[in-house]
Design a protein around this ligand. Structure first.
Ligand SMILES: Cc1cc2nc3c(=O)[nH]c(=O)nc-3n(C[C@H](O)[C@H](O)[C@H](O)COP(=O)(O)OP(=O)(O)OC[C@H]3O[C@@H](n4cnc5c(N)ncnc54)[C@H](O)[C@@H]3O)c2cc1C
Length: 233
């Protein structure tokens, strides 16, 4: 049985400074932000300087898996080191009456920890499967399995979801009391992203229909992993 971790507790580096009311401490809120995203940003220190890489990921319970090329020195620099991973969803532009009070609606997570290089072959397959399935559920068993050479060329990092913060802004414009008397439009411009219709490869062999799991992935414009919690009305 997998023991679940407690809710998020504030540590010196995850304590929010500003707008603490936007912080969420429930572990489910962390999972919701992670599960709704497709890419994260991995922050590593390489030769004493910070470097941030966009990359795909997947989650199994309280572990986040990232993968990259074994030859990617930036990605491999994270192995056994302190890293920081963020996932961000932009949900709206908040246009206020004053320029100063413009803002954005968002859901974001920041995770700190020591990334572990996955060396166990079974866990590595699990990591790759998790990342693939996170992008396109059903695709792992549909596509050809990785060869030994391909597995060797790919590395996976595991990051425990023990130290993390979540911040969510989901409200309208907040202006100075005197500015509400101004004849200036204020409000929110929602931001959405969506999958388009799947586009078959130009050299696809004849007679291959788009598989149902890909039709399902691509056929929901306006309702995606990224904005599933905020579907269009
Ligand atoms: C899409 C988007 C756009 C933003 N635009 C701006 C902007 O233009 N200007 C601006 O000042 N702020 C912006 N923010 C908010 C910004 O991320 C910080 O929350 C903000 O700078 C205040 O940081 P702080 O003082 O609370 O914490 P800091 O001292 O900066 O950070 C302390 C800790 O708080 C946690 N934390 C801080 N911010 C977040 C977050 N967003 N999500 C999860 N955990 C967090 C982290 O664990 C961090 O280590 C934006 C956020 C998002 C998601």
């Amino acid at each position: 049985m997998v023991m679940s971790l407690p809710d998020l507790s504030s540590t010196p580096r995850t304590a929010l400074g500003r707008h603490r009311e936007r912080g969420r401490t429930e572990r489910d809120d962390l999972y919701a932000v992670l599960d709704a995203g497709l890419i994260c940003h991995l922050g590593v220190v390489v030769d004493g300087a910070p470097r941030v890489l966009p990359t795909g990921y997947g989650r199994v319970d309280d572990l986040l898996y990232l993968h990259g090329s074994s030859g990617n020195s930036s990605f491999m620099a994270g192995a056994g080191q302190e890293v920081c991973v963020t996932v961000t969803h932009l949900d709206g532009l908040v246009l206020a009456r004053s320029v100063f009070n413009h803002s954005m609606n968002y859901r974001s997570a920041v995770i700190f920890g020591v990334a572990r290089l996955v060396t166990d072959p079974e866990e590595k397959l699990l990591a790759l499967r998790t990342i693939t399935e996170h992008l396109a559920p059903g695709q792992w068993s549909y596509a050809r399995q990785p060869s030994k050479k391909e597995l060797a060329a790919t590395s996976a990092l595991a990051l425990p979801l023990t130290e993390a913060s979540v911040k969510i802004r989901d409200s309208g414009a907040s202006d100075e009391p005197e500015d509400y008397a101004l004849d200036i439009w204020a409000g929110v411009v929602p931001v959405t992203s969506g999958f388009g219709q799947p586009e078959p490869d130009s050299v696809l062999r004849p007679g291959i229909d788009t598989p149902p799991h890909i039709v399902k992935r691509g056929g929901l414009p306006g309702l995606t992993a990224g904005n599933a919690r905020h579907p269009r009305p």
